[in-house]
Every structure is written in structure tokens, then in C-alpha cells.
Design a protein. Sequence first.
Length: 145
Amino acid sequence: KNFFSNSFLVHDLLYPNANEFVQMCMRHGAEIFYLTGRSDSLMREGTLEQLERDGFPLASEDHLIMKTNEDLQDEDFKSSRLKDFGSQFSKIYFFENEPVIVESVMKDLPHIELVFMDSTHSQRRPRPEGLPTITPDSFAEAVKK
């Protein structure tokens, strides 16, 4: 219970160069949204502080989209919000570390460009194959290009 709270976000460490990677995407014209299954009521304040502390760009607070219904599965929440983006943007790139969410988006929203973030995940489903993949160690290489 306490793990999913603002006080434990200090233990959520930044992947090296991840913030520079997101800043680079923004400089190249991407509009950045953070879509997370974190609880809005329990973790919004800490998540905003964490983004600022770690140097992630945030155009406005509505670019941080968090779950308001705790009973909703993360894959359903994220797929629903990504569907909303479809009417606003012609091209959507979605970076996700959870294979079950990747599978859901691939099935329901095949027009979305998926990038698998190969990091810690729930192990409910195996790592997806055949997708562009980024690892915690590869942000530095991407920023150099």
C-alpha cells in the first residue's frame, strides 16, 4: 500500500540520460505526454515533483495523465487514453515497459507506433518480440545520434 504513494517515489531512480532523450524528442517537435497507471489521488504531487527534479519537460500539468479509477486495469486505462489521442494527433509514439499493455495496444490500436522499454515489469506476459526496443542503458546512445 505505501509503495504506491508519494513518499516512496524517492526510490524510483532515473535511468541515465532518459531525461535528455525526452528533451531531444521535444526539440525535434514531439509533444510529450506522460501516461501512467499511477494513482492520481495518491501519487500526482510526488510524480510532478519527480519529473521536475529529474529534468523531464512538462508543457502543462494536463500532460501528466494518471489513473483516477483504481479498479481499472492499467492496460484498459492506457488503451482508452491512447484512443483519445487518436483524434488529436496523426502520429503517436508510445513507449511502454509492461508487455501486457503492449499486447493490448497492439491489438486494439494498431496505428500507434510502439517502442518497448525493456526494463522491470510485472512478468505477467513475456517480453514482446519484433518491436523497436530501448533499454535503460541505451538512452545515452540515442541522445548522441
